[in-house]
Design a protein around this ligand. Structure first.
Ligand code: ZN
Length: 195
């Protein structure tokens, strides 16, 4: 049985009337969560679960929900590791409510990022390699940790969505690339590394 789920809001689709939600900072949730909040959380997770391969993260505004929560899952997956050699830290399926980040150190690295809210485009995004994260679970319990490498990147990408930002705010115009072209190129590169 497939539930009707909202489509992704697409920032570079001029026809998408909900686009503003992707450029507006989200208000925080308060505890205990309302029934509506719980429904909205279910919607985001259902959206996550219908994708294959699984996304590493989704943020509420991407499905038209103007609230501060994201769903993240960075598994210890060999295929994902081929694409993301800096995947050292993992995260089990985790709902992060009102997440915020603190950058640790000065070190940054650039890597290509895609996004369900950005049609057709990709490009290199420079992110801090280590962040500390703070959030709450659905019962209001504190969640806190330190993330390195790819997980730190995913958290920064998702929390950006809650702050009204997306990858297009980070990528220089001359570095924008067609996403499918990039995937083909990278696939060839990975295959040659495996030989
Ligand atoms: Zn995104």
């Amino acid at each position: 049985m497939k539930k009707d789920l909202p489509p992704y809001v697409i920032i570079n689709d001029p026809e998408d009337k909900l686009r503003e939600i992707l450029t507006t900072p989200t208000p925080s949730l308060t505890f205990p969560l309302s029934e509506e909040d719980k429904q909205d959380i279910q919607t985001l997770i259902a959206k996550y679960d219908q994708e294959t391969p699984s996304p590493v993260g989704l943020a509420a505004p991407q499905v038209g929900i103007n609230k501060s929560f994201v769903f993240v899952h960075v598994p210890d997956d060999p295929t994902l590791k081929k694409w993301r050699p800096d995947l050292t830290d993992t995260m089990v399926r985790t709902l992060l409510i009102n997440p915020c980040l603190e950058e640790i150190g000065e070190e940054k690295s650039a890597a290509y990022e895609g996004c369900y809210s950005v049609d057709k485009l990709t490009g290199p995004v420079s992110r801090h390699t280590t962040v500390r994260y703070f959030a709450h679970d659905r019962d209001g319990n504190a969640i806190e940790g330190i993330a390195h490498g790819f997980l730190a990147r995913v958290l920064q990408h998702e929390v950006d969505h809650l702050n009204g930002k997306c990858i297009l705010d980070h990528i220089k115009e001359e570095d924008l690339m067609d996403r499918e072209e990039y995937i083909k190129l990278r696939q060839r590169q990975i295959e040659s590394l495996m030989d």
